[in-house]
Design a protein around this ligand. Structure first.
Ligand code: TYM
Length: 327
């Protein structure tokens, strides 16, 4: 069975972008792949986190994984910090990656832009991400479009290690949705929808109340004109809303175009809001149930045990190849 690994940072509210770009594929892949899904708390601290918020967000993301449909009986769900092998192989990857490679990362450029002091962890972030993936010899990594560059570095590091020390790591492939790989902001379709945007009107959080969702969609910026047509180059705003619609209503963009031919933005936006609400309401109910049930700790402990079994063996094998004296 092919292996799948992915992770989401517990920093701020998860958005519909995270759901469409990544989580939906987590749920889909778990049925016929050996899956590992992590809350990447070690990555979250590459920017300052308030301790109470980090704790709350980590549990919240874990609960959202389950609420979105990940079945802990099928996939291992765990916190990255519960499996110390991530930090250990992360260090090894830091020694393999070149400064020049890290300097080219657009995520680093975006996150460090205009900041007076930037933590070194933000710079070496891709080395830890490579370790996350390589520890499990993942074949597929379900992510949104913005993680493609990090996947490229991971592939390069796998090759580099294998060439230098002997065959050890599987070279992973990104698994990216055809529509919705990059969900854009509701207030500006040139920026990706992001949980770190200070304007909450720019994103739909997975835990937004139905009325908040309706309001945000009714206020979403639309292109001039009134045609519902999928054309990201000339109609970026409407095309973005259509991608969201396609995922929430399980329709193709062609079907959406046909449905709203000659109708303008009004009815389209109304139906879109209801489709998003219908997708998120049951998820939110399951989220509440899971948080109230107290099951989360057990799920995360079991997930970490399953993950550590594989990860510890990989680190041991890699260290042996590199010439470390094993205990
Ligand atoms: P993060 O936490 O920023 O985002 C989690 C996942 O959501 C996707 N995503 C989006 N997809 C479509 N449209 C959007 N607007 C949007 N915003 C976010 C991201 O592409 C990602 O798949 N570095 C990673 C976390 C990570 C990881 C890993 C991922 C750490 N280790 C190992 C895969 C494998 C990140 O910051 O994702």
């Amino acid at each position: 069975m092919k292996r799948v690994l992915s992770g989401i940072q517990p920093s701020g509210q998860l958005t519909l972008g995270n759901y469409i770009g990544a989580m939906k594929n987590f749920v889909k892949l778990q049925h016929d792949h050996h899956c590992f899904f992590m809350i990447v708390d070690l990555h979250a601290i590459t920017v300052p986190q308030e301790p109470a918020a980090l704790r709350e967000q980590s549990e919240s993301v874990a609960a959202l994984f389950i609420a979105a449909g990940i079945d802990p009986a099928k996939a291992s769900v765990f916190l990255q910090s519960h499996v110390p092998a991530h930090a250990e192989l992360g260090w090894i990857m830091t020694t393999l990656v070149y400064m020049g490679e890290l300097e080219r990362m657009t995520q680093f450029k975006d996150k460090s832009a205009g900041k007076e002091s930037v933590g070194a962890g933000l710079f070496t972030y891709p080395a830890l991400m490579a370790a996350d993936i390589l520890l499990y010899n993942a074949d597929l990594v379900p992510v949104g479009d913005d993680q493609k560059q990090h996947l490229e570095i991971t592939r390069d590091l796998a090759h580099r290690f294998n060439q230098r020390y002997g065959e050890q790591f599987t070279v992973p492939e990104p698994y990216i949705p055809q529509v919705g790989a990059r969900i854009m902001s509701l207030d500006d379709a040139s920026k990706k929808m992001s949980k770190s945007n200070p304007n909450p009107g720019s994103y739909i959080a997975l835990l937004d109340e139905p009325d908040v969702i309706r309001k945000k969609i009714s206020r979403a910026v639309t292109d001039s004109g009134r045609e519902i047509k999928f054309d990201p180059a000339s109609k970026p705003e409407v095309s973005n809303l259509m991608s969201i619609y396609a995922h929430c209503a399980n329709m193709s963009v062609a079907e959406i175009e046909a449905k709203y031919e000659g109708q303008g933005y009004g009815p389209f936006k109304k139906d879109l809001a209801e489709a998003v609400v219908a997708t998120l309401e049951p998820l939110q109910q399951r989220y509440k149930d899971i948080r109230a049930s107290g099951e989360l700790k057990t799920i995360l402990r079991q997930g970490a045990e399953q993950a550590a079994e594989i990860a510890n063996k990989t680190v041991r094998d890699a260290k042996e190849k590199m010439g470390f004296v094993l205990p």
